[in-house]
Design a protein around this ligand. Structure first.
Ligand code: PEP
Ligand code: MG
Length: 582
């Protein structure tokens, strides 16, 4: 087989070389062919063996982990795998309806899940998730076409996948995954965001990489340029070795700026913070000089725990981050589930989830879940400097309703004499165009803003941020986007509240000077980008940045802006990757 070079979207920096492990989602298709009556006995035996195998695997997993919540879930699975009613219904489908075993498991489970999901009792709805996990395991063990489970990877590989879900990213062991190549996805999809947080070089939107690579093939992946080479020739490998060495030397050199103040040569101060998804990322954020956490995506706790998260579990997680940050500010965003972050069992299953029931819209309907999170947050506030931020606010009424729930939770804690910090700062993300347009009003009601460009761009230009087919239309430098950003910054300044940005645009080195010139005070990003942005902010005078941004605001096309900004930045900085999203 020949060498193949594929170009995609540079999603997380770094260069890696290793052996491919191909991960696809289509290996679990169940054939719905009837069996011959004389094959019933054989099919029943196959089913018994699969049940036994599934039991053993679940028990082994149970024995190998310490996490109590996961243990509880696995215990339920073990009980369900022995449920006589469930097993005999499947056996009936085999012996009476002549369904093959995998089909019988699928059909019996589907009808049970439908019943459980329509229940009013939360515990029963939760069981539906367990049941679908069990049926997947049984079908895998019946079909002998086991999908390679990401969590079971135990050697260094370059993962080449047809697609990846944010929840799947959570199951991988960072130690073994040297790089990730995916057929689908865009630079601001949550898989990309996760990859950057984990510091795993990643290329997305590769169309068919998972078909072209085979397990064990040698692969080189360049996450800076968005390229992978499958089965590279020796001379290509040589070239990549040099590129890799140069890049690593530059990263080392950048570390020297980590502790230097973020101040421009003409004395304008900026604040640099980190975006995190788990408490593990606090240490690398501090190492790279973050002075706070600008966005803690709390929904990932929920994704990890299948949506059921007790107040105390949340409280411990928030407290851990606050304590680790040693009194530096920590902005925790209330759950932003829905969209591409669907959590099983919460009834979020929509035709058009990006415009659907997500984030604050979900929380204002499910106030039970929202209140628990706010209680946990407030209780944790005495362990550090907490800021709370609300996602996807689209208008004044929504913000007011949200603030009302917040006040009620405060009252409840006061009444019960539960201590919390009365001075917690409350802010809102600006990531919906309508919020940007009325940010003058919103600014009067909160303590800070943070611009979420990942969503703001997708909603302003009507371009799905995760869809690689239209990635070329996802333009951070679209004049419409820049005008909205300018409106928000000016409105925040009029009301004297800090204005930050936690969308990925804040980490794009090509955008740094432009954003500084527009008046942005705070930049929050994945730890891997902090050093480069810090270096740029320390090098360019604010007066120059302002001039540049004024010029850009007069331009009318993305193309014109991109070419001007690219030229400007390349004249001043030599190491910027050539294919960074512009
Ligand atoms: C954003 O939309 O820019 C943002 C920071 O939130 P998320 O990426 O989690 O949607
Ligand atoms: Mg968002």
């Amino acid at each position: 087989m020949h060498m193949r070079i594929l170009n995609g979207i540079a999603a997380s920096g770094g260069i890696s070389c290793g052996k491919a492990l191909v991960f696809t989602h289509n290996s679990l298709e169940v054939s719905r062919e009837k069996i011959e009556p004389e094959k019933v006995k054989e099919e029943l035996e196959k089913f018994d063996i699969a049940v036994e195998k599934s039991m053993k695997e679940t028990q082994a997993l149970f024995d190998s982990i310490d996490d109590d919540t996961r243990k509880e879930i696995l215990e339920t699975h073990i009980i369900m795998l022995q449920d006589p009613e469930y097993l005999s219904e499947i056996k009936d489908s085999i012996s009476i309806h002549y369904q093959n075993a995998a089909w019988a498991v699928e059909s019996v489970t589907a009808s049970l899940i439908a019943t459980l999901e329509s229940s009013d009792i939360e515990m029963l709805r939760d069981r539906a998730i367990d049941l679908s996990d069990i049926s997947r395991l049984l079908i895998e063990n019946l079909s002998f076409k086991r999908s390679k489970k990401l969590s079971q990877i135990k050697k260094e590989v370059i993962l080449v996948a047809d697609s990846l879900l944010p929840s799947e990213m959570l199951t991988i062991n960072k130690k073994w995954i040297k790089a990730i190549a995916v057929d689908t996805g865009g630079r601001t999809s949550h898989v990309a965001i996760f990859a950057r947080s984990f510091g795993i070089p990643t290329v997305l939107g590769l169309y068919g990489a998972s078909l072209k690579a085979r397990d064990g093939d040698e692969v080189i992946l360049d996450g800076n340029e968005g390229q992978i080479v499958i089965r590279p020739e020796w001379y290509v490998k040589k070239k990549f070795e040099i590129t890799k060495a140069n890049w690593e030397a530059y990263q080392k050199e950048l570390l020297t700026v980590a502790k230097l103040p973020v101040i421009s040569p003409d004395k304008k101060d900026y604040v640099l913070k980190a975006n995190i998804e788990t408490a593990d990322e606090v240490a690398p954020s501090l190492e790279k000089g973050a002075s706070g956490i600008g966005l803690f995506r709390s929904e990932f706790l929920f994704l990890q725990k299948n949506g059921s998260l007790k107040e105390d579990v949340q409280f411990e997680a928030y407290k851990e981050v606050l304590e680790k940050m040693n009194g530096n500010p920590v902005t925790i965003r209330t759950i932003d589930i829905g969209g591409d972050k669907a959590v099983a069992g919460l009834g979020i299953d929509e035709e058009n989830p990006i415009l659907g029931w997500r984030a604050i819209r979900f929380c204002l309907e499910r106030k039970d879940i929202f209140r628990i999170q706010l209680r946990a947050l407030l209780r944790s506030s005495i362990y550090g400097k907490l800021h709370i931020m609300f996602p996807m606010i689209s208008g004044l009424d929504e913000l007011e309703q949200t603030l009302l729930v917040y006040k009620q939770v405060q009252e409840e804690l006061r009444a019960n004499k539960i201590p919390f910090d009365e001075d917690v700062k409350i802010g809102t993300m600006i990531e919906v165009p309508s919020a940007a347009l009325i940010s003058d009003e919103l600014a009067k009601r909160v303590d800070f803003f943070s611009i979420g460009t990942n969503d703001l761009i997708q909603y302003t230009i009507a371009v799905d941020r995760g869809n690689e087919k239209i990635a070329h239309l996802y333009q951070p430098f679209h004049p419409g986007v820049l005008r909205l950003i300018k409106i928000v910054i000016d409105n925040a300044h009029k009301e004297n509240i800090p204005i930050g940005m936690c969308g990925e645009m804040a980490s794009n080195p090509y955008a740094t000077v432009l954003l500084a010139g527009l008046g942005l005070d705070e930049f929050s990003m994945s730890p891997s980008s902090l050093l480069e942005v810090r270096k740029i902010l320390r090098t360019v005078k604010y007066s120059e940045a302002k001039q540049m941004s004024e010029k850009v605001l007069k331009m009318n096309s993305s193309k014109e802006i991109v070419s001007y900004v690219k030229q400007w930045m390349s004249n001043r900085f030599e190491h910027l990757p050539s294919s960074h999203t512009l």
